[in-house]
Write a protein that binds this ligand. Structure first.
Ligand SMILES: O=C(O)C1=C[C@@H](OP(=O)(O)O)[C@@H](O)[C@H](O)C1
Ligand SMILES: C=C(OP(=O)(O)O)C(=O)O
Length: 408
């Protein structure tokens, strides 16, 4: 599906939008619920990734296809490896077979897992024969993906002696590890994270507990971008959000101050208010703690004509697509001057913006959503716009609710 986007007749927004639950929190809680059935989840994400996670958890034998869902791939690998009697082949989309999983598989094998690669060494698809994992200490590289670490932490409380992880190298995407420990704590599992060692203590059962998933902050980023590109005085109210979030992408409320967007937290909402219109200085941001908002920020900067230097992007090459190359290609089509390395991106301030450009999305939901806010500045097309369903199926309806013109 190719969509044409153009500006609403009025870019002074007074809108409110309810966003689905965080996919990261949802997929963690779904796994914890499978291990501790007394957990009840509210405001679960309606994303494809949460759906494949739910379906995957119901299978005991046979093929589990998790499509594009990185968290489902990594979390289910750890789950099935630790479930005696279950035997599955875990696979996904073509891209998933190019996203590395060796670090996690090696760590699980050291704990006693039986996992074999069915095609390429270090990559899905994999065959898992569930075992009782008997070891309780393992060390693993922490600079490639935090999802490997979260996967191990999630199954840890059900291992006989819990788990001690030694993290080797510079730890990436740290807030996602803290989110995992935070959710474990909310259901009563004890843990510690000191230096490069994480310990999780065993737990047989937990008291009935209802957890409410906060809405998705990565999804909120697109509204921050729209607010930044809108007229001074615009207000977009997003729910359900809180100031004290488990999600590292909530750093948006700080970052977007530089783009003239204030965040006002109310009981269950955050109101994004465009307050300033002066073009900020070229901006430098380290996004190693919040990699999923890199595309949004790069596009906001381009839309504002502001230069930026984004660092800490070393994980972007192994996500849904090589996001650094994808950003470079698509922003260049729009007229940007941009360069990328394997860990950073530099965008020069630009004055021109080409119109009626068709943005390719590379099976990456965030490519589609990050470029959509540019409709406020120029008309453009988004190719394969249905990709948004990976994390945010209602995205295009919510764009229409803002009166952004979305047509075929
Ligand atoms: O644990 C999680 O829920 C996630 C961790 C991050 O991945 P990396 O740790 O691979 O950067 C993030 O990019 C992804 O969207 C979700
Ligand atoms: C990288 C992402 O997801 P995953 O790694 O879970 O596929 C994302 O949603 O931006």
């Amino acid at each position: 599906m190719k969509l044409h986007l153009s500006a609403p007749s009025n870019t002074l927004f007074k809108s409110n939008i309810k966003i689905t639950g965080s996919k990261s929190e949802s997929n963690r809680l779904l796994l914890l619920q499978a291990l501790f059935p007394s957990v009840t989840i509210k405001n679960l994400s309606n994303s494809d990734d949460a759906e494949v996670m739910q379906k995957g958890l119901q299978i005991s034998n046979g093929i589990v296809d998790i499509h594009h869902a990185g968290t489902a791939m990594r979390f289910l690998t750890a789950y099935f490896a630790s479930q005696p009697g279950k035997e599955v082949t875990l696979t996904g989309s073509q891209r998933m077979t190019e996203r590395p999983i060796k670090v996690l598989v090696e760590a699980l094998k050291e704990l006693g897992a039986d996992i074999t690669y069915l095609k390429n060494d270090g990559y899905p698809p994999i065959k898992i024969k569930g075992q009782k994992l008997v070891e309780h200490k393992v060390s693993l590289p922490a600079d490639i993906s935090s999802q490997y670490i979260s996967a191990l932490l999630l199954i840890a409380p059900r291992l006989e002696n819990g788990l001690e992880l030694e993290l080797v190298g510079k730890i990436t995407s740290v807030p996602y590890i803290k989110m995992t420990l935070g959710l474990l704590s909310q259901i009563g599992v004890e843990s510690s994270f000191e230096g490069n060692t994480i310990r999780v203590f065993p737990k047989d059962a937990i008291a009935p507990k209802t957890l409410v998933v906060e809405s998705d902050w990565s999804s909120a980023s697109y509204f921050y971008s729209i607010a930044a590109l809108s007229e001074v005085g615009s207000e977009i109210e997003l729910s359900a959000y809180k100031k004290d979030s488990l999600q590292g992408d909530s750093v948006l409320s700080e970052i977007y101050k530089s783009f003239g967007v204030d965040s006002i937290f109310k009981e269950n909402q955050v109101v994004l208010k465009k307050v300033g219109s002066e073009i900020p200085e070229p901006i430098e941001i380290d996004l190693s703690n919040a990699p999923d908002i890199a595309q949004t920020i790069a596009v906001t900067c381009f839309g504002l004509g502001v230069g930026c230097h984004l660092t800490g992007l070393h994980t972007l090459k192994i996500k849904e697509t090589d996001r650094l190359e994808a950003l470079k290609t698509e922003l260049t089509k729009l007229g940007a001057t941009i360069s990328v390395t394997d860990k950073c991106l530099t965008l020069s301030p630009s004055e021109t913006m080409n119109s009626e450009i068709a943005i390719d999305t590379y099976n990456d939901h965030r490519m589609a959503m990050a470029f959509a806010p540019l409709a406020l500045k120029t008309s453009l097309f988004i190719n394969d716009a249905e990709v948004v369903s990976k994390s945010y199926p209602d995205f295009w309806n919510d764009m229409k609710a803002l009166k952004i013109k979305v047509g075929k």
